[in-house]
Write a protein that binds this ligand. Sequence first.
Ligand code: ZN
Length: 386
Amino acid sequence: MKKDYQICTRCVMDSRVKDIKFDANGICNYCSDFLKHTSHILDKDPIVQKRELDIFVDKVKKNGKNKRYDCIVGVSGGVDSSWALVLAKELGLRPLAVHMDNGWNSELAQNNIENLVRGLGVDLYTHVIDWDEYRNLMQSFFDSDVIDIELLYDNAMLAVIYQLAAKNKVKFILTGINKATEGIPLPQGWAWNKFDKKNIYGLAKKFGNVKIKTFPSIGTWERLWYYYIRLIQLTPFLDYFPYNKFHALEVLQRDYAYKPYPYKHYESIFTRFYQGYILPKKFDIDKRMVHLATLVASKQMTREEALKDLAGIPYPSEKDLEDDKIYFLKKMMWTKEQLDEYLKRPEIPHDNYSSEKKFYDTVFNLPNLFPQSLRAKITSFVKKNR
Ligand SMILES: [Zn+2]
């Protein structure tokens, strides 16, 4: 460990994060910002929260009248999205659950999803990605040495849920994204913009000349279209509740035969190998730190418990890691030497390749370009002229 190593005295973020800052009490800017910016959600008056939830649910129901479904819920098999589906159903909504199979699902995740939708009596649409095409795309991402290999899955999943919402004329996509367990953002450079379709196409072409035929993808323009023209909104549904991950897990296990994973996002074999081995080895990043720091800051876990979880490798055992390594090599058709060679190569930033991130940021993150009043005008114009 480096001499100037420092760890936050409140959460568990440490000085491996490049832009981390500590105050005089040794408290970091990540958990301080998190508490400052999310207190309006985390400490909301329960009566106000309930009222806001009722208004939202009412809106979804009204909009979904005479339609087969009134909302779409993307499910990965993880706790957050599973819980969002349970709550939607409990509130009398009629969700279509959507899952994406990119060839890396663990059997555990598959079983969890099946038990859940059966128990809830919800329709499930599973989009199965063409494996050969997906593997070629993954290969091009590995060859390019960019960090966010999961951009492929996340972008495809977004594309599929938006497409299904449009097809079923549903205006509401409910997600398990939430502040209570995910509110501390990933540090800059740990992931890439999930709507960067141009990056996906650019890498596919440059490395391996992959022709994208069936891979579902979504970029800035499509997102604008869905947002302004189709009026489809993506809602972080769990923020309407006093969400506690451990309580959710308890109910899921008790009522839906749910089996937990050792760490967050371990429902996919690739995701766990990526987070548990590739990220730490090649990029010197341990995502557990951010997830656990959030749980500590939102008081769902003690700092001591989080530190205990952080000790050791991000795998239940060396044997589990070895098994996943063998599985990964076989599935990607790599030799062990290829993996070692890949891990040794330095990172290349995503924007060294073609990218639409700047365009996306300009459109979505500069409020002055699309002020609320203009957005409202466009929306009402579209409604009138439909
Ligand atoms: Zn902190």
